[in-house]
Design a protein around this ligand. Sequence first.
Ligand SMILES: *[C@@H]1O[C@H](CO)[C@@H](O)[C@H](O)[C@H]1NC(C)=O
Ligand SMILES: *[C@@H]1O[C@H](CO)[C@@H](O)[C@H](O)[C@H]1NC(C)=O
Ligand SMILES: *[C@@H]1O[C@H](CO)[C@@H](O)[C@H](O)[C@H]1NC(C)=O
Ligand SMILES: *[C@@H]1O[C@H](CO)[C@@H](O)[C@H](O)[C@H]1NC(C)=O
Ligand SMILES: [Zn+2]
Length: 670
Amino acid sequence: MRSTQSLSATTVLFTLGSTLIGTVSAQTFQRLGTCPTLGCVFPPDQTHFLAGQLFDVRLEVHAPVNGSEASNKGVPDEKFTFCIAHERGPCVDAAKFWEVKEAPIEKWSFSYFEDLYAKDAKQSTVVNVAAKAYRALSLKKPGDYTAKLKYNNGATTVARWVVRKPNTRRKAKNVLFFIGDGMTQPMITAARLIAHKSINGVYQSLMQLDQMDNLGHQMTHSIDSFITDSANSATALYTGKKSSVNALNVWADSSKNSHDDPKVETIAELFRRRIGGALGIVSTAVIADATPAALCAHTRDRGQAQTVVTEYLHSAEFVNSTYKWPTGCKQPDVIFGGGAENFIAGKGSPNGTDYYKEFQKAGYKVVHTKKDLLAAGKKDKTLGIFSVSNMAKWIDRNILPENLKGQKNSPTGDGTDAIDQPGLKDMTLKALEILTARSKKNEGWFLMSEAASIDKMMHVLDYDRALGELLELDDTVRASIAWLKKTGQYDDTLIVVTADHGHGFDVFGGADTKYLAEQTSDRAKRGAVGVYQNSGLSGYTVAEGSSPTNQTIVYGAQGPNFPVQWNPRYAYAAGMGASPDRREQFDLELGGPRLPAINDPTSGNIVNPKDNPNGFSVSGTLPIDEGQGVHSLQDVSVFANGPGSEAFRGVYNSIDIFFKIADALALGRT
Ligand SMILES: *[C@@H]1O[C@H](CO)[C@@H](O)[C@H](O)[C@H]1NC(C)=O
Ligand SMILES: *[C@@H]1O[C@H](CO)[C@@H](O)[C@H](O)[C@H]1NC(C)=O
Ligand SMILES: *[C@@H]1O[C@H](CO)[C@@H](O)[C@H](O)[C@H]1NC(C)=O
Ligand SMILES: *[C@@H]1O[C@H](CO)[C@@H](O)[C@H](O)[C@H]1NC(C)=O
Ligand SMILES: [Zn+2]
């Protein structure tokens, strides 16, 4: 039996005699997340909607051929029925309820492993499926709905849906939504420690995040696993719907096709369709990466960069016109980030065509350097792609610029180096300028700006670079607030800063990096770590060579609100809750982002012998096929200023962020 959910006798027939049965109670290997019974309803039970938000309905009836749930001789019931009741009203057949054509039956099969033993034995369970889909529907009346799938002569799967009562008075004209990918409170605390000076325990300056008006925290878990990825969590933030790892704005169905999964409309699509305001997307990652992609794209597989780029320019319906989807991002006014490989002709662009040209044909100005970005006017829709792959990190751009050389990552694809890349602040401020100029009188604008490489650098355990990205985000929030005040828009703009998930990072002491490097055994090196009273004071806020009588602080590129010294002798000692085998020496990686582990063809991931050769070894806790750190469970902070921001106080679920923003914009108003 699966989980603690009791399955009715009509839905489960046990095939005894199999070596597999009896132990499949854990949730790790699911037949299909969100569908513990043999009848599946998407949107699943407990889904909350904004009034009028578009979504698809997918129904599936499963008939496992073998394994612990084998039933109906593997023949799925095709005569299933599906009805919806509003409040205490009658349960009305779906086609009638929505006044749409009856959907045709679709059929497919899939297989999965019931647990690790089955996987080791390569014994997969085969499931035959009968399904239907209804596309682009909505529920307009607030209240409770009961959706019932009846199948297998009397088995019923019930999904309870709620249409939340929408706010009808618009509070905010604009929304500035910052996401620090993977950013947690321990990282913010560590960033404050290295960038802000304290005297006898009193900070002389603070992070911008420390000074926001409202603070809450949100739960990031996914619909069918308690750890999320960025696609899944961005789906929750932007649609108010929990989903599965790797899914962008769809509920994962069991078919192979990653475009036919039931879709849901995002905050960006709603903002375009219902208000027609200006839309901007900024990220330091590949622009087709999950967090930016989730504003516009719909696919079960976040890896489909071409689908994502196509949906920025066109729509989900353009990707496959079989699936009606009369909404979309309708060509965002601003798209800034990395990922030139998805635009350059003949690389990973859609159809292999020059996608910069496709954007130009649609009226976009295209820029590739910081210089051109800063010089760009504010009238045109603008696409800024500044590097192949993810953009350079703040530390490399500002402290170790030599690391930008030899990358051959020019966004034009000519094989030169992308030396002149903007940072998050440059991109965000230019985006604000363009969106302000392009937004018509009362429509306002919506900008999502992502500090993506907090996460990317935490994955490779490069704590310094991750904190550099976090400080750049903080600096960007600070500069954006100042710019909004200067242009008289601050009182009309809801600003939200949050993360999409955590990483198990924290600081546990100080480290004398000089002493550590000079010891010869692992155990002696660990003596360089100072805990509690031996953790000492931050060496990052004091310039090298300064003394009580020489308080000269060298800012330069490292500026106020950043460390004045990135590689002090007395560093912070930090670690991850989960990592591959690694070595630690707690100093700045001078040659560019860290690579803690390498994949050995026979043993899996092992310590990279070139990483931290003077450090001590730390045993990993992850499966050996993981060469990087992974996401963690913790709730993440939410900071908010401006109209509608009081709603962000307290503790809530990630999906509530969508509803809070939608309410500030009155997007559910009909
Ligand atoms: C189910 O059937 C498939 C196909 O015949 C087979 O490969 C698989 O091992 C079977 N699984 C179990 C659990 O018996
Ligand atoms: C579009 O969807 C239909 C129906 O699932 C499928 O048969 C077809 O191959 C898809 N087309 C493309 C271009 O993916
Ligand atoms: C790819 O090319 C075909 C044929 O020119 C065209 O119909 C289709 O729209 C193109 N797809 C994209 C994503 O541009
Ligand atoms: C004071 O410290 C600064 C920054 O490290 C250094 O450049 C300067 O030479 C020092 N001055 C003296 C007199 O030591
Ligand atoms: Zn990540």
